[in-house]
Design a protein around this ligand. Structure first.
Ligand SMILES: [Zn+2]
Length: 80
């Protein structure tokens, strides 16, 4: 996944929350891995706003998929 709008807010292309029907700006990155589909080092990512971080984390957590939850700005910094 590519994040091309660091530090956005007013930027229309700023990353949005992955929760269904939510169009809020993403603040969190949920890094996850499905061991049945992905190699161990692979990371899929979901984006979450403040409101949906808990909900999405639980969804992944109960399945044992959730690996990490980091702030979007920190995630982007770590990718460079
Ligand atoms: Zn949301």
């Amino acid at each position: 996944m590519i994040f091309n709008a660091p530090g956005a807010g007013s930027d229309p292309s700023s990353p949005m929350c992955s929760a269904k029907g939510c169009r809020a700006e993403a603040v969190w990155v949920l890094a996850w891995n499905n061991p049945k589909l992905h190699t161990p080092e692979r990371r899929k990512t979901w984006l979450a706003c403040e409101e949906h971080r808990e909900h999405l984390s639980q969804f992944l957590g109960v399945r044992g998929f959730l690996k990490d939850v980091v702030r979007l700005e920190d995630w982007e910094a770590a990718q460079n």
